[in-house]
Design a protein around this ligand. Structure first.
Ligand code: ME8
Length: 506
């Protein structure tokens, strides 16, 4: 079955940060998880290249718009490649293919009589690129997100009426309880739908915003950034020109941060409904990464975490594992270089040490070969069966945010169980007693086999570490499938003691 997973497309007014890295890693973990289950996945991510924010950054730079956007977009793409992310399509909304579909959709909605032109006076926040009501502002009259007072603007614009769809959307959310997950975000959307919806302003005059897709029915205007950006999810599938569109869309999953809940769960389903398309199958919403101690991350506070710095210091897999393991389901989560180092040390002590100890023992006392499992007892089998059952259970769950967290937790648990088993069975004592040779071999076999299961289960989270673990066990062409049948490691296979998986860092 083909699944389609998307991330938000990111603005280019800054460099990619840990939040962008997280959502895109999450999508990759979900893709790999599904592939382990035998499902094929089409995964898209990319960059949002229009609108006032990007336009200001271009105007402040010495580059042409095209060069600026290319350079900044490449920063994102290169980071995602460095993070081991296996995306199938990289969206750039400046591509002609995307712009064409935005114009076709606008024309369609216009032809259906759903867009009206009217003059509007209101308060406009450039950071949000949205008109604001007084009730949206904080006690100082500023935008709560951007801490800047919105500008009073009066202009003629095109509007799309949302209110006629409000009751339909409420009913849809109530009849599809797993559409928005976790549930608290669905409740937040229902809260937003309690009062009538304002008309959505879908144009910006070119005199103010020149970076955008020209309206097909009025060349003095460009398309509002959100109306353009949201369409990426279907322009990627070549909507309107792809006979398989519906089949893929039925299995589509959006990943978003909580900051963009309203455009994704109010504007977007209504836009789609107006076009006669169903909403995305699932919208997974995650909280924010904030600094240690619960402070917002910012360059001025010096607590922003640069993903490139983390990769250079701790490697890709430790970053991937930390982010997936530590994102809480319903709120914000903390990240800092110190916390990432703690996460790294936990992996080093748990999985890294286990691997090194058992491999060195195999090298030293067993001629570097996987020993015989013949003398395995019930305790040995129980360890392997318990780990196998735990991983099979996780891999049989639906793919969502809870499952990815559960996967990380199950790896740590299996590592703890195997470390405890190894310590309790004292193979280093057994090794010295020729009468205990069979038991010694069985304990080492069991530990190596547990390590194989752990390495395999880790694949979506830490693909490079999985490859190293499986290679160290002499498995040359591993198959990344969620098959946790035990006793697959073959007696006599040559193991390889390589470098530590998570070498010591200061
Ligand atoms: O909103 N913690 O782009 P954007 C977790 N272009 N995730 C974070 C985060 C944080 N501190 N900061 C950012 C836009 N993110 C639009 C989207 S989609 C059609 C258009 C992640 O560059 C999270 O996924 O501001 C959030 O929703 C997204 O980056 C916002 O990226």
């Amino acid at each position: 079955m083909e699944k389609y997973i998307t991330t938000p497309i990111y603005y280019l007014n800054g460099l990619p940060h840990i939040g962008h890295a997280y959502t895109t890693i999450l999508g990759d973990v979900m893709k790999k998880f599904e592939q382990m289950r035998g499902n094929s996945v089409y995964y898209s991510t990319g960059t949002d290249e229009h609108g006032q924010k990007n336009q200001h950054s271009i105007e402040e730079s010495s580059l042409s718009a095209e060069d600026f956007l290319k350079e900044r977009s490449d920063n994102f793409k290169n980071l995602f490649v460095d993070l081991g992310i296996d995306f199938d399509y990289f969206v750039r909304t400046s591509k002609p293919e995307h712009k064409k579909i935005v114009r076709e959709i606008l024309q369609d909605i216009y032809d259906r009589g759903l867009i009206v032109k009217k003059s509007y006076e209101g308060l406009y926040c450039e950071g949000c690129e949205q008109f604001k009501k007084k009730s949206d502002l904080d006690e100082n009259g500023c935008c709560p997100d951007h801490k800047v007072a919105p500008k009073a603007i009066s202009e003629e614009n095109y509007f799309f009426k949302l209110e006629p769809y409000r009751q339909w959307l409420i009913d849809y959310i109530k009849s599809h309880p797993d559409w928005i997950e976790p549930q608290n975000y669905a409740n937040e959307v229902l809260g937003m739908l309690k009062s009538p919806l304002d008309d959505l302003c879908i144009s910006r005059p070119k005199s103010r915003v020149w970076l955008g897709v020209e309206l097909p029915f009025d060349s003095d205007y460009v398309t509002y950034i959100w109306f353009d950006a949201l369409v990426n999810y279907i322009s990627t599938l070549n909507f309107g020109h792809n006979p398989d569109f519906n089949k893929i869309w039925e299995n589509s999953h959006h990943l978003i941060g909580k900051d963009i809940l309203k455009p994704h769960c109010i504007y977007w389903p209504i836009m789609l409904h107006a076009l006669g398309i169903n909403p995305v199958k699932h919208c997974f919403v995650h909280g924010y990464w904030i600094g240690e101690g619960g402070v917002k991350m910012s360059k001025s506070l010096g607590n922003a975490v640069d993903p490139v710095e983390v990769i250079n210091m701790l490697g890709v897999d430790a970053l991937r594992f930390y982010l997936i393991n530590n994102m809480t389901l319903s709120g914000d989560s903390q990240v800092s270089i110190d916390l990432l180092k703690q996460g790294y040390r936990m992996l080093a002590n748990n999985i890294g040490n286990l691997q090194m100890r058992v491999l060195k023992m195999t090298q030293k006392s067993l001629e570097g070969k996987v020993p015989s499992p013949l003398a395995m007892n019930d305790g040995d089998k129980k360890l392997l069966n318990d780990i196998s059952a735990m991983f099979s259970r996780v891999y049989s769950r639906d793919m969502d945010l809870e499952t990815t967290g559960e996967l990380a937790a199950s790896i740590i648990k299996a590592g703890d169980m195997t470390n405890a088993y190894f310590a309790a069975n004292e193979p280093w004592v057994l090794a010295k007693n020729p009468d205990q040779r069979g038991r010694f071999e069985a304990v080492v076999y069991t530990t190596l086999e547990a390590l194989r299961l752990i390495g395999l289960a880790m694949y979506p989270l830490t693909p490079a570490t999985t490859a190293k673990i499986l290679q160290s066990l002499g498995i040359e062409s591993p198959v990344f499938k969620a098959d946790f049948t035990i006793m697959k490691l073959k007696e006599g296979t040559l193991i390889k003691v390589g470098d530590p998986l998570f070498p010591f860092v200061e």
